[in-house]
Design a protein around this ligand. Structure first.
Ligand SMILES: [Zn+2]
Length: 69
């Protein structure tokens, strides 16, 4: 039996059209995460963000490096 859930499908956001926002995608469920749970500077040229997915609770870190001025 095929299970079709239109409410679930229509409630899902399209996540491919976010070119300018510094958002991340959950690696586990694909949900967009707009704000880091936590951010810290590793050094003046490097920041670390901790992301947590509200949908599934998955958390991960990203490291952002800035070019030295
Ligand atoms: Zn998730």
């Amino acid at each position: 039996m095929a299970l079709f859930a239109p409410a679930l499908a229509s409630g899902r956001k399209f996540s491919r059209d976010l070119r300018t926002r510094p958002a991340n995608e959950c690696a586990q469920c694909g949900e967009q995460i707009f704000m880091p749970e936590w951010s810290e500077w590793v050094n003046p040229a490097c920041a670390r963000h901790l992301w947590q997915c509200e949908a599934c609770g998955y958390s991960f870190e990203t490291t952002v490096k800035f070019a030295a001025a």
